[in-house]
Design a binder for this molecule. Structure first.
Ligand SMILES: [Mn+2]
Length: 329
C-alpha cells in the first residue's frame, strides 16, 4: 500500500473545489493511458454529475472499445482543474492547452523525470496508473466510490500494463486491486478477450516479425519494421503494439528493440520500443533523449549512426546484466 492518504485527500479537495475538470494522458495511448484517463473521468462524474469532466486527446481507433474522447476547446481550460494521467514528461502529453488551467495534477507510475504539476501523485512501484486510481478510490471509499463502469476501464489498464499479470511489475497489491475491481461485477472475459484476439493481418505480421528477428551475441533481439511492411500488412503503427512483447517469449533474449521506420518528409527517423526481462534499459533510452520504465522504454532516433549506437548500448546493458546474474566463483 504505497498510496499516501494525504495525496488522495489533496486530489479530492481539488476535485471538490473545481466545477470544470479536464483529463489528459499520453500520445500513442495504451490501455493504461485510456483506462486511467476515462476511469478517473467516470469516477468523478458519477459522484459529481453537475461538474463538467472532459477527456482530452485524440481518439484511438484500436482502443475505441474503452470509450471516446471529448471535444475540448481552449476556452474550457479557463479556471479548470487539469489532471494528466500515465504521462512521465510533458512533451508526451496528448492534446494542447494542458497548462492553461488553474491547477495541474500529475498521476503517474513512471520514474519521475519531469516533475510537472502543482500536485504530483507519482508511485513508480505501482503496476499501472489504473492501479493508483483504484487505490485512490479505496482510500476515498465514501467520497469517490468504485462503480462497474469505472472498474471496467481500470481493469483494462491493469491487465494492459502487466501483460495480463505476467510482467514483473505485477505485485500482491495488483491482485488485490484486480479482485476489488472484479467484485463490482464487471465482465472479466469481455475485457481480457480484447487482449487475446488479433486480426488475420496482425497474425501474419507476427509470423513476419519472428522470421525477421535477429539476436545479437549479447542476447538482444531486434526487428526493423519499415513503412513498406506496414502497408504490405495493412497495419497502422498502433496495431503493431500487439507484437511488442513477442521477442521476450524466446529463450535467450533478455532485451529487445522493435524499430519502426517513421514517415517523415525529410531525412530518416525511427521510433524504437525498448523492452527487457532484466537489464535496465530506460537509462539506455535516456542517452538518446527517450525514457520510460526500467524495463519498457521508448526513444526516437534520427540517424543510422545513432541507431547503431543504440543497439550497442542495449548490448552493453544486457552484457553487464548477465555478468551480475552469473554466479561468482
Ligand atoms: Mn502505464
Amino acid at each position: 500500500m504505497y498510496l499516501k492518504q494525504a495525496d488522495a485527500e489533496k486530489l479530492y479537495q481539488l476535485i471538490e473545489a473545481n466545477s470544470q475538470i479536464i483529463i489528459h494522458r499520453h500520445q500513442r495511448p495504451d490501455p493504461d493511458a485510456i483506462g486511467s484517463q476515462l476511469g478517473l473521468k467516470t469516477l468523478i462524474q458519477e459522484r459529481f454529475p453537475n461538474k463538467k469532466v472532459l477527456a482530452a486527446g485524440s481518439t484511438s481507433q484500436g482502443l475505441k472499445w474503452l470509450g471516446k474522447m471529448d471535444n475540448v476547446t481552449e476556452a474550457d481550460y479557463e479556471g479548470a482543474l487539469v489532471i494528466v494521467t500515465d504521462t512521465a514528461n510533458q512533451p508526451r502529453i496528448d492534446g494542447h492547452h494542458y497548462n492553461k488551467g488553474a491547477h495541474l495534477v500529475k498521476i503517474d507510475h513512471h520514474p519521475p523525470v519531469d516533475q510537472y504539476g502543482d500536485l504530483q501523485i507519482v508511485y513508480p512501484e505501482a503496476s499501472s496508473t489504473c492501479e493508483i486510481i483504484a487505490e485512490i478510490s479505496r482510500v476515498l471509499a465514501d467520497e469517490l466510490p468504485m462503480s462497474a463502469n469505472t472498474a471496467r476501464l481500470l481493469y483494462a489498464g491493469l491487465i494492459g500494463d502487466t501483460g495480463r499479470f505476467l510482467h514483473d511489475s505485477t505485485t500482491p497489491l495488483t491482485f488485490e486491486v484486480a479482485s476489488r475491481l472484479a467484485q463490482t461485477g464487471i465482465n472479466l472475459f469481455e475485457i481480457s478477450d480484447h487482449f487475446c484476439t488479433m486480426t488475420l493481418n496482425q497474425a501474419k505480421f507476427q509470423a513476419y516479425v519472428l522470421e525477421q528477428l535477429q539476436v545479437s551475441q549479447a542476447g538482444v533481439g531486434q526487428v526493423m519494421i519499415t513503412q513498406d511492411i506496414l502497408s504490405q500488412f495493412q497495419l497502422t503503427e498502433e496495431q503493431t503494439n500487439a507484437i511488442t512483447g513477442l521477442p521476450g517469449t524466446i529463450e535467450g533474449i533478455d532485451a529487445w528493440i522493435i524499430i519502426i521506420e517513421q514517415n517523415v518528409s525529410q531525412g530518416e527517423a525511427w521510433r524504437c520500443r525498448l523492452r527487457s526481462k532484466g537489464p535496465i534499459i530506460n537509462t539506455v533510452a535516456a542517452q538518446f533523449g527517450g525514457g520510460g520504465h526500467p524495463k519498457a522504454s521508448g526513444v526516437n532516433i534520427h540517424s543510422r549512426e545513432n541507431l547503431a549506437k543504440l543497439l550497442t548500448e542495449m548490448d552493453k546493458a544486457t552484457t553487464s546484466y548477465r555478468a551480475e546474474q552469473a554466479p561468482s566463483s
